[in-house]
Ligand binder design. Structure first.
Ligand SMILES: [Zn+2]
Length: 96
């Protein structure tokens, strides 16, 4: 489950929400609107550390999930498949 960070938005806060506090929520859960301790308004921090943010390149499994096929260049005109469906190799060389 992802951990979300919240902090108090109003002037009023308790010790719990004056500083950022973390809470574990399901993705389907609605974001908290108020501190669970003092019930003053809080807001969720937008910046969430996530592997996909630090690495803009899609992982191999992600590529396949999104229906991409990825080929890696082996030599001039020859490509080896690294992800997805399709032939293991493609080559634009003429058949002998
Ligand atoms: Zn509070």
């Amino acid at each position: 489950m992802p951990i979300y960070e919240y902090h108090a938005t109003g002037k009023k806060s308790c010790e719990h929400c004056a500083e950022t506090f973390e809470i574990m929520q399901k993705l389907s859960d609605k974001s908290l609107k108020s501190c669970p301790v003092c019930h003053h308004p809080v807001s969720r921090k937008v910046s969430l550390p996530s592997p996909s943010n630090s690495n803009p390149t899609l992982q191999q499994g992600e590529l396949e999930k999104h229906g991409f096929t990825q080929f890696k260049k082996v030599e001039k005109g020859v490509y080896e498949k690294t992800a997805g469906k399709g032939p293991r190799y493609i080559s634009d060389k003429e058949d002998p």
